[in-house]
Design a protein around this ligand. Structure first.
Ligand SMILES: [Zn+2]
Length: 244
């Protein structure tokens, strides 16, 4: 991992000005009581992950955030053609590329779902420019993947075009918290999440598609700002998406 590791939890420092050591000898007493680096963002801690339950005493919170879905195209057909160890290396590389790019922008790698990842920006580390940060992370995922996939494609004897990443991004209010009773899942739900997921489905391999909301917030970062209408599954009317 190339990313600079934070010594103290960035979330706890930003929200409460409490230094929570994440690594080394100072972190030992914290680890003893279960406070350790979050798996969703190693620069934050497990307290931050569920800050709303411990501090706010709520099972979920409504937050303004940006959601990004990135999906590895061609994975399903490749997984039938390639041996299992090759497939797991392919996914490892993809997940690592996504994780580094998301964490560099202080985002939360909330879920890995088969060949896709879901990230949330603006929780627990808050940034007013979270939409822009999601776009920067998406571009970095594309850059890293394009760089690394050539070697993988050569090794597996497939064309690089078969190994592209499609990304969708949307911003707005969503519900973040613990859902489910028997199996508790810490995640985001709501229309914003569904729309980001649908935008990802519409993206071609190598493409990043963002909604009007993202474009409005991060517009100055878009060289070409002409939207195209997309008919997304579950939406009655076409919605405008911008290539980032
Ligand atoms: Zn923390």
């Amino acid at each position: 991992m190339t990313m600079q590791q934070a010594k103290i939890c960035k979330g706890c420092w930003q929200q409460m000005h409490v230094p929570v050591p994440l690594h080394g000898v100072l972190s030992v007493p914290f680890r003893a009581v279960g406070i350790r680096p979050s798996k969703m963002n190693p620069n934050t801690c497990t307290i931050c992950e569920s800050m709303f339950t411990t501090v706010m005493r709520a099972r979920k919170v409504t937050i303004d955030a940006t959601v990004m879905f990135a999906d590895l195209r061609g994975y399903t057909s490749l997984s039938q053609a390639l041996p299992a160890d090759a497939i797991s290396r392919l996914l490892d590389t993809f997940y690592d590329d996504c994780a580094d790019a998301i964490w560099e922008q202080d985002g939360l790698l909330n879920k890995t779902i088969g060949d896709a990842v879901m990230a949330v920006f603006n929780f627990p580390i808050k940034w007013p420019d979270h939409a822009r940060r999601a776009v920067l992370a998406a571009r970095e995922i594309q850059r890293r993947w394009t760089e690394g996939r050539n070697a993988l494609a050569q090794e597996f004897g497939v064309g690089t075009a078969e190994l592209g990443v499609g990304i969708g991004i949307h911003s707005g209010e969503l519900s973040f918290g613990e859902f489910g009773r028997s199996h508790r899942d810490l995640t985001a739900i709501g229309t914003v999440v569904n729309t980001a997921s649908r935008a990802q489905t519409a993206a071609s391999p190598g493409e990043i598609l963002v909604t009007e909301a993202v474009h409005q917030r991060a517009g100055s970062d878009f060289p070409d700002s002409t939207p195209k209408p997309y008919q997304l599954k579950g939406f009655e009317t076409p919605i405008a998406l911008y290539a980032a």
